[in-house]
Design a protein around this ligand. Structure first.
Ligand code: ADE
Length: 249
């Protein structure tokens, strides 16, 4: 999978993404992540990328041309035509914005199945609407708050999507069993020592009975979800059996 990020701050994005699990996945060739500086596609002598808004108002607006040229450079390199199509399919170009649909695990899964995606990070007070209408296929928010730019949001999407690409996580199961995959939150985890400051790991975990451990974990997941995110239970009617079916005894 190939993730292309259009940004004014490529170092910010790549410094984050080159770290830890995503960094290892890039080194191992399981994903590729490229951050391209929109400023490099400015036609002005001083690398101008923003200008005052027509009609007045506060702040600056990102100009359409540098973004347009940056986008076309990327899609050409990836083998798409000038309208963003390859083999009859249009490349997904995601604009990070608080106005978009709220990101969740389902969207992460959907995006992880794409061959290529482009993420556009906005800055200043916004982006000229014409270029958004021309190239953007998806508008995604990472939550109901306003960031200074789309970079952190693009890093969130890149991280959540990358870890769903097969092979990126060491243990395939860890992507399956954890929070949200089954619509439930995670169960509590323990490691050595078996007793810490007088607090013991629950007996069942140490029992060696794998079936019992799985059952206990499922119960704890349900309990945790009921307590912390009851809204998740309401939206997953009938899915409990699906989870049972995925247990490997
Ligand atoms: N850009 C600014 N705020 C944002 C948010 N909440 N989500 C995605 N992109 C953003």
């Amino acid at each position: 999978m190939n993730i292309e990020i259009m940004t004014l701050f490529p170092d910010m994005v790549m410094n984050g993404i080159n770290t830890s699990i995503t960094g290892r996945a890039i080194k191992n060739g399981l994903i590729s992540v490229n951050a391209t500086n929109i400023r490099d596609f400015s036609l002005s002598k001083h690398g101008q990328v923003d200008d005052y808004p027509y009609g007045g108002g506060a702040g600056m607006v990102m100009m359409p041309e540098p973004i347009d040229r940056c986008y076309h450079d990327i899609i050409k390199r990836l083998g798409y035509d000038k309208d963003g199509y390859k083999n009859g399919k249009r490349i997904r170009c995601i604009y990070m914005s608080p106005q978009g649909r709220t990101f969740n695990q389902g969207i992460a899964k959907e995006l992880s199945e794409e061959e290529d995606i482009i993420i556009l990070c906005g800055h200043y007070e916004g982006v000229d609407q014409r270029i958004l209408d021309m190239i953007v296929t998806d508008e995604i928010s990472i939550g109901d708050y306003v960031l200074t730019g789309g970079e952190l949001a693009a890093m969130v999407i890149t991280d959540a999507v990358s870890r769903l690409v097969p092979g990126v996580l060491n243990n395939d199961d860890s992507a399956v069993y954890e929070s949200f995959h089954s619509g439930l939150l995670e169960y509590p985890q323990y490691t050595r020592p078996a007793e810490y400051k007088g607090v013991k790991v629950p007996d069942v975990i140490l029992s060696g009975d794998h079936k019992k451990v799985l059952e206990w974990r499922h119960e704890e997941s349900l309990k945790n979800t009921r307590l912390k995110r009851p809204d998740l239970l309401e939206s997953r009617e009938g899915e409990d059996n699906a989870w049972e079916g995925s247990i490997k005894y």
